[in-house]
Each structure stands twice: as C-alpha cells, then as structure tokens.
Design a protein around this ligand. Structure first.
Ligand code: 16G
Length: 239
C-alpha cells in the first residue's frame, strides 16, 4: 500500500491514506479507526511510524484519541460563511442547539464603551451566554449593549431569544450591518472549563460591532469559538 522507494516519508503516506479514507467516508464520524497494531500489520511499518501518522491526524482534528481506547473519527466541522450576518438561533437548523445564560450585568467596560462610542459614564449591559450544539458547549459569548437602549433586557428569556430579534422587535433598533474582527487565542483556565476543552487549546476570537440604520454602533460582541467545531469560509469571486 505504501511506496517504500519514492523518498516520501512513510508516516506522511499513511497519514494521507487514512485522511482519504475519512474524507471519502470509508471511516465514518464517531466510528473507530483500526488499532495501532492493525495499522502496523496493514502498512508493514514500525509502531513509531504509525504513531506519527496518527499524531498528525489528531493535530488536525480529524481523529480523536482516547488513552487505552484507540482513535475514532471526529465529527466534521460546521462551516460558517464569514459573509453572512447569521444568527445562531436560525442557523445550524439540523443540529440540536441551545443557549445557557450565565448572567446579565450592568457595568463599565472600557473596550465595549470604546467600540460603542459611549462616553465613560454610560454603562453597558453585558449578557454572557454559552451556546451549545448537540449538547457540547461551542461558543462563549459576551454581548455588550448600551444600557439606555435595552433598560430591561434581563427580564426576557435570553436562553431562547435571539438578541438581534430582541433589539429589532422589542427595542426598535434596526440593524444595518456588522463589522467583525477574526483572531485566534488560547483558552485560559475559565474558558477551557466552560468549553470543556483542555486549557491552552487554540480557539477563534471574534469581535463584532453591530450598527443600526443610522450607522450607530448598538452592540459589541466578543465570542470565543471552538476551532475543533467550526471552520470559517469565504467565497471569493472575480466578477
Ligand atoms: C452565534 C453566531 C453568530 C451569530 C449569533 C447570533 C457562530 C460561530 N456565531 O454567536 O454569528 O450572530 O450566534 O446570536 O455561529 P443571536 O442568537 O442572539 O441572534
């Protein structure tokens, strides 16, 4: 199965072969892949070579490995277009989703106040939610809105309602556009507990400012998003 004389490292050939079996759904999401011993026999290589191949698949999130239990195929990531002003509530319709409200606080927050063009004495409401997909926590979301726009937002069911729907339908703010900044960071202790991942895992950090029809900023949102669950895509068109 692998070419021993073409100079291409054995572990990369095995990695490519297993990767292909996953992408062509020969090995299905959630299903185990052959054990190390089986792969050693199939490819006629050393165990160290097989381990290197598996490590690369693991690093890329294609397989998950549990000590003593072997490796299985990870679920494919959810694709999000960067060019769509999507709503968590309305998207991912085929998945079982819910939000857990961690709290609503009125506070002074310099970064949010700056993003929202608010003078220092104008407080914001911070709404913190964990967004879950298929029973896994996938996003930690902090939404900051000038308090005067949403004086009683804490009285609404923020676990089921979309904040954008509330802004539009309850508070009369018409949304026109949003600007997003996409970054990465590593999870700290608290984030890793909330997202149920290892501390220090790379995650996306998206900051968004949402504007109303008069181009006034009305919301600043900071989302920490699991990079093993989401992939962001952009369609590039020439004309
Ligand atoms: C999620 C979405 C975000 C969307 C927001 C809607 C991802 C990665 N992010 O954070 O794009 O705008 O939900 O919030 O899916 P809403 O449910 O309050 O309208």
């Amino acid at each position: 199965m692998i070419h021993k004389d073409n100079g291409f490292p054995y572990y990369l050939q095995i990695y490519q072969e297993i990767r292909e079996r996953i992408l062509t759904r020969n090995y299905l999401p959630g299903q185990p892949i052959p054990s190390e011993n089986e792969l050693v026999r199939e490819f006629e290589v050393t165990r160290a070579t097989v381990r290197n191949a598996l490590k690369k698949l693991q690093n890329e999130g294609l397989i998950l490995t549990e000590k003593g239990k072997g490796s299985y195929v990870n679920q494919p990531k959810i694709e999000q277009s960067l060019f769509k002003f999507y709503s968590f509530g309305r998207d991912h319709s085929e998945l079982n989703k819910n939000s857990v409200l961690l709290g609503v606080e009125e506070e002074q927050n310099i970064e949010a106040q700056k993003a929202l063009n608010l003078p220092g004495d104008q407080p914001v409401k911070r709404i913190t939610r964990i967004r879950r997909l298929d029973d896994l926590p996938v996003i930690i979301e902090n939404s900051y809105i000038p308090s005067f726009l949403v004086p009683d937002i804490e009285t609404y069911d923020l676990e089921s309602l979309s904040i954008y729907d509330l802004l539009e339908n309850t508070y009369g703010c018409r949304i026109s556009r949003a600007k997003e900044f996409l970054d990465t960071c590593l999870t700290d202790h608290d984030d890793s507990e909330l997202l149920e991942v290892d501390e220090g895992m790379p995650v996306f950090l998206i900051k968004r400012i949402t504007f109303d029809l008069k181009d006034r900023p009305i919301e600043f949102r900071e989302s920490v998003i699991r990079s093993d669950k989401f992939t962001f895509s952009v369609d590039l068109k020439l004309r």
